[in-house]
Structures are given as C-alpha cells and as structure tokens.
Design a protein around this ligand. Structure first.
Ligand code: 4AD
Ligand code: MG
Length: 468
C-alpha cells in the first residue's frame, strides 16, 4: 500500500497508483487534501467534478475516509511537488460534516482534550505523536548502543516504600464490606508502581547496566501543566557508577535523543515551531521565550549543562531579584528548604539561561536510598532542570552501605521487613551504583513546545479525568 510520505518523496510521475487517507479539506469541488498520518504533508488529489458522480461528490467531506486511484503527476500548483490526478474515487467511511467535531479551523486544545479519540486527526496531534514515537525509539537506541539491557519492572507493587508520591491502591475487594487485606487478591496491600527504581537496582546488580521504560502512577492531586497521574518514565540504573558518571550519562542521553529528533522529524518540528511562535506572540513580552522551539532544542544539544550544588543554588537564590517585587512566592530564607518550581525556573531561565543540574541536596528533603555524603547533611542526589519545564530528571547515587541505609530507613520509618530484599543487595556483593528517572512526557513537552503535558500523551489521566 502506498503511504503518502513515500509518494511525496518520489522523483518521477507514475500512473495508476492507489492511496488511502482521510479528507482534510475539499475545495472548489476539485481539490481534495488527504492525509494518512504518515507525514505532516497532505496529498493533493485533483478530481474532475464533471466526470464524478454527484452522490460521490457530496460524500467527500472533512473526516471521511477515501481511496483514490489516479496518476501521480508533477503538480501544476505551487504548494506541492506532486499531486494525484484522480481517475477513480471510493468512499470507504463517510463522515457527517454536521457532526464531525474536527473541522478545518483552529480548535482550542481544551476542546480537543474532550475529543481525545479524534484529536489525532489534527495536524498538531499528528506531529506531536509522531515525535513521541521517534523519541521513544531514540531512547531504546541510545541505551541499546551502550549495551544496557531493557528490563520490565512490575506495575503492581507490594512495597509502598519509595515515597516518590501518593499511590493508587490495587484491590479486588469491595472496600465497603470487606476490609481484611489477607483475603484480598494478593493477600496484602498492593499499589500501582510510582517508580521501577528499586527493582531496577536489583537487576543492575546482576546485569550491570539496565534501564526501564514503562508506565508509572502517582495519585498526587496536582492539577498542573506538568503532572499526570499516569506517565512514562525511563529509569537507567548502573553498577559501579558514581554521581558524576550519573550526571554525565543523563546529559549525554538527553542530548542524544534530542539530536536524533532534529535529524528525523524536520517537517514536524518546523510545523510545531510555527505553532510555538504564534503562541509566544500571545504572551506578555516578559514571559516570551527568547528562542524559538528549534533554537531551544539545538541549544540544549550543543551546550553544556550548568552543574551546581544545592548549597550554591541557595546562595544564588538568596541574593537574586527574580521580578519587579524582588520576591519569590516561596521565600528562600534558610539552607535546607526544598526548591519550588519558581526557584528552579529562575535558575534555568533567568540566571544561567541553560539547563542546570543541581546536586548534593539536603538529606532531609530527599529519599532514604540516596547515598549520604561525608558531611552527613547532604546526599548524592541530582535533578536536571529544563527551561519551560523545570525538573525533567531526578536521580542519585544509591546508598550501598548496609548500616547507613538501615539507619536512613529507620529515620524515615521505612519498613525493613518490607524491603528485606533491597537490603540483601547490600549484603551480597554491594557496589557503588547510581541511576536516574526521566519523565518521558516532560521530554516530549520540551521537544514539541506544547505547554500542557496533557497534550503529549494520547489519553491523559489527571484528577477527576479518566475518560476514554
Ligand atoms: O524525581 P522522581 O520522583 O524520581 C524517581 O521516581 C526516582 N525513582 C528516579 C530514579 O532515580 N530512578 O521522578 C523522576 C521524573 C521527574 O524528574 C519528572 O520528570 C517525572 O519523573 N515525573 C512526572 N512526570 C509527569 N507527571 C508526574 N506526576 C511526574 N512525577 C515525576
Ligand atoms: Mg524528583
């Protein structure tokens, strides 16, 4: 079967080709633009309306699926190199023009979210989802070329220990009547995983370098443009790796997948670039990005990320003037407070004007498994912060010393009995190791310039919303 992307890249005419697609527009009873999802470009099909049955003409409506048989010829018009002179047209699936919601006009993203099953027919979602696919292949390609092994960690988990976020319960019980957890399916409380890290650590201790790429779930009630209740995370975990190695890998990884994107998705990126520029025009001038989308991506690919410790970050923030009022909403008044997204974005967008990696965070605000530094006040944590996105990666060197780990678990009330197997990893051949998690949708958001994370995953799950 001919795909439009292949037809449009031909260099000579050809008679009697067949092509399928959905009608985007039908103008002047003559020009049908069809698209089959293979490329951002539509194929122009020109019909002779005098020779076409009136009843067929009426059925060539936006959204209808058609089959066209005709001759691929060099285009007479200016918009395209090739077009199809139609000999025969067949309606495969009608689309009632009065009811079809995706009309050839600008729809708001909010409106399209309510039509998530059809929004993929729009040029924007077509481009975003092709980019999502290319990025996900680039992720595998990067790790496979480095001899990392892809592992699948459980989605249903019996431990609620990581503390990465609020969890969804998994149960077959009717919780109104039966509360004995022993009678539940697994005989214990289970949840949807918030991260595959702990299991990935176990596999890194046998395979050396591994990565996960799977769905994760957080029941945080955060209705923001950067949070989903169901999102995809990439979590590499490396044995014999310290925090510097970890930062190097995260930076190399992000650059490699973005570079692959610029090479493979030129047309889609150009389209999204224009979309991004138009969106910027509607923003107040002080909130506009200085670069367009493609410049932003290239900037990240070509420049080093700035690396600073948490302590340095705090001293910059304390002495900075973020806006006219010289105030952050959340004041930075002491060492030890967690950074809010306004602080992260200030450092990235205003102060350094490049991606920033902050490392060595206070022990108090980070998870139990992060390696404690000799100062006993900080842990070997790192966050990668991106313009417009904030945190895109969170990771750390892991605590490999059994006694220190046990002490940290006690402090944070993490149940040793639950995580006996995790402690075993420190009992038998423990080694320094590190890893990180990259939120895939945040990467797609950055790469497409979409301002809301709900528009870079096919069917978003957010508080009060699990339609489709
Ligand atoms: O920083 P987080 O919570 O780190 C972990 O889960 C570690 N176990 C990772 C590791 O070391 N293996 O989450 C990692 C990343 C964040 O930086 C962010 O990009 C993304 O996951 N993320 C979300 N993305 C969308 N919606 C949410 N609710 C997200 N929460 C985190
Ligand atoms: Mg984090």
């Amino acid at each position: 079967m001919n795909k439009i992307i292949n037809l449009l890249s031909r260099n000579k005419s050809e008679n009697n080709i067949e092509v399928y697609g959905w009608v985007k527009t039908f103008r002047a009873n003559r020009f049908i633009a069809i698209n089959d999802g293979s490329t951002i470009l539509n194929l122009q099909c020109v019909i002779d309306f005098e020779k076409t049955d009136k009843s067929v003409l009426k059925r060539i409506t936006t959204g209808a699926a058609i089959k066209v048989i005709g001759d691929l010829i060099e285009s007479q018009g200016s918009g395209q190199k090739f077009e199809v002179k139609v000999n025969h047209i067949l309606i495969i699936g009608d689309s009632d023009p009065d009811l079809y919601p995706i009309q050839p006009k600008k729809h708001s993203l909010e409106f399209l979210r309510e039509k998530a099953h059809l929004r993929i027919r729009t040029t924007t979602f077509n481009a975003v989802m092709r980019i999502r696919s290319v990025l996900s292949f680039a992720v595998h390609d990067f790790f496979q070329k480095k001899n990392f092994f892809y592992i699948n960690t459980p989605i249903i988990t019996g431990s609620d220990a990581e503390g990465a976020g609020e969890m969804f319960k998994v149960t077959t019980q009717n919780y109104n009547t039966n509360n004995d957890v022993k009678e539940d399916f697994f005989g214990k409380e289970t949840h949807l995983t918030v991260s595959g890290q702990l299991e990935a650590e176990s596999y890194a201790m046998g395979l050396g370098n591994v990565y996960t790429f799977g769905p994760t779930f957080r029941a945080e009630n955060s209705n923001t443009t950067r949070h989903l209740a169901e999102f995809w995370m990439i979590e590499p975990e490396m044995a014999f790796f310290n925090l510097n190695d970890n930062m190097d890998l995260a930076e190399e990884f992000i650059k490699a997948v973005l570079e692959k994107l610029t090479l493979k998705c030129e047309d889609d990126l150009l389209f999204l670039n224009n979309r991004y520029l138009n969106e910027q025009k509607n923003k107040p001038s002080n909130q506009r990005s200085e670069m367009d989308l493609i410049e932003k991506i290239n900037f990240v690919v070509k420049n080093s990320f700035k690396r600073i410790s948490y302590t340095e970050a705090i001293s910059i923030l304390k002495n900075s003037k973020p806006n006219k009022k010289n105030k952050f909403k959340y004041k930075i008044n002491e060492w030890g407070v967690d950074l809010q997204s306004e602080h992260e974005r200030f450092l990235v967008e205003k102060h350094f004007k490049c991606p920033v990696i902050i490392y060595d965070y206070p022990t108090k605000i980070k998870a139990f498994y992060m390696r404690v530094n000799d100062d006993n006040k900080t842990v070997r944590a790192m966050d990668v912060l991106f313009p417009g996105i904030g945190e895109i990666v969170g990771g750390s060197q892991r605590e490999e010393r059994l006694e220190v780990l046990k002490k940290r678990m006690k402090e944070l009330h993490v149940d040793e009995n639950e995580l006996w197997w995790y402690l075993d990893l420190r009992r038998f051949g423990s080694v320094p190791h590190s890893g990180f998690g990259l939120g895939f949708e945040r990467l797609v958001q950055f790469s497409t310039g979409m301002s809301n994370i709900r528009d870079v995953i096919p069917f978003p799950r957010t508080p009060q919303n699990a339609s489709f």
